[in-house]
Design a protein around this ligand. Sequence first.
Ligand code: GCB
Length: 600
Amino acid sequence: MKYTNILNGLLWVVFTTVSGYSQTAMTHIYGRNTISLNGEWAAITDPGLMGNYLRIWEERVPETKTDFVEYSFEGAPKLIVPSDFNWQYPELKFFEGYVWYQKNFSYQKNSAERLFLYFGAVNYLTDVYLNGVHIGSHEGGFTPFEFEITETVKDGSNSVIVKVDNRRQQNGLPGEGYDWLNCGGITRDVFLVKTPSGYIEDYSIQLAKGSYHTIEAWVKVNHPIPNQEVTVSIPELGITRMSAVSEEGIAWLEFRGDVDLWSPKNLKLYTVQIASEDDFLEEAIGFRTIKIKGKEIHLNGKPIFLRGVNIHEENPVRAARASTYADAELLLRSARELGCNFVKLVHYPHNEHIVRLAEKMGLMVWDEIPVYQHIAFSSEGMQEKLETVLTELISRDRNRCAVIFWCLFNETYTSTEKRSESLVELTRFCRTLDSTRLITSVLSNQGYQDNTFDVWDPLVEHCDVIAINEYLGWYLPFSGEPSEVKWKLNYPEKPLIITEFGGEAKYGSDFGPKDEAAWWSEEYQEKIYTDQIRMFNATANLSGVCPWTLFDYQSTSRLHPVFQGGYNRKGLLSEQGDKKKAWYIMKDYYGSKKQSYMYD
Ligand code: GCB
């Protein structure tokens, strides 16, 4: 037996149990026994941050004739969950402060059952109270977390209050500056989760690194019953394997499975069953291998070209966070129509609906943590924050065969104190959690002069592929023939992906000359795409490209009143889904790539 998974499993237990980060949510939430708390919640908006002083979580009501209380959930406006609050009332559009959410639920206690309160994501700092008792806090806007409430929940009616603080944090992830809208609130599903006392908390069931038929697995049982065994079955392959649970609650398995490999052209997922003494889960899991061979990326042993696109987690039509399955469909159908086989989910972990649907549609996925541009790497506790968010993401998505990349940062700067040490360490940490996927980061230490790109970031050595954002034709003009651009890469033997490129255009803009950037014309954007493709065709180790972005999206950084109006306009589609001229250029390019790479 190879020991990678054993090691990963052990490290997992050490990190999630011993280090005290015990809130990492149980995996495969959609396959569990849940009661939804989605829907309308009462909400108190608190721009002056008074709620702590008023102790809102106590839900006091006036008791005597001279008594008064300066808050009330009775009669308060409602907010829809899951969703950001920004679009729900005009005064919340750019709100950054506290919002207090409240909801009642009823529950009948059952001594054989444990109960958890699960949040798919809340942006950014969260405090949760149940019946007036503080049950836990969480930092981070894009990953799931949970609290056990078996002891706190009451028979009958219960009240849960969630304090959301979406103010930007200087030492947050992301930091204070970013090019999207700071959407606050309970943005993803909320569930009560009922489990048996010894429940299956987490598992990893994937092909061993580089293998086509050796399946390595580990299963973690929470509160293990002594001497129990765990069973993993794949009925379609006639596989049933058992393994004893260790004292730490982990069972390891390795077995041969002659699996039909998942790829964008073969959407094969198997029903995998996991059983412990008390618990049973079933999940559709696919198997594939992803690796680097010289300058190429190989899926299941064959070279692929990533026909990607950048996607923000926003339903452009509703101008709201993409929180639902229907939102995911809207985004991914457009990516498919463009001819993509790959989606780059930026700049933070997107919701599970998107990742799961991408897998079903044959789209490979780039998962990214919110380490964006200016991060306070030297601030106290930052390394733990980085490790926690990465752990939360990997814990959620490690069984998704569609996920081929963990991206650890986008454009951080070597001039930031402790940046490089911190990220080298994070990359090492990521490999200990999952060494089967490609690990990369979007490098930004680059220069362009005399029609030559120079990439010198020390992190390049630690990345499996070289990922570069470049905006030739927009922020920087081409200084020579696009087809003659040269690349000076420190590691020329690694594959290169252009992870962002493009320029702004307002759909239908017809105000001024078409060959000047200042008028946001579709023709100008189209020319950028034509030139970029000429450059791509002459770039030796190019393994994929991702236009920035699929749709125009909301951003507080885009201030031009006529052309932008609060939108980053680099979309190939307007926020209403209108196709800009550059869309067709990209679609043709992807059509030609499809023909030369038959496998994907
Ligand atoms: C970038 C960032 C992306 C921006 C984009 C732009 O390099 O990674 O988040 O929004 O440029 O539009 O300038």
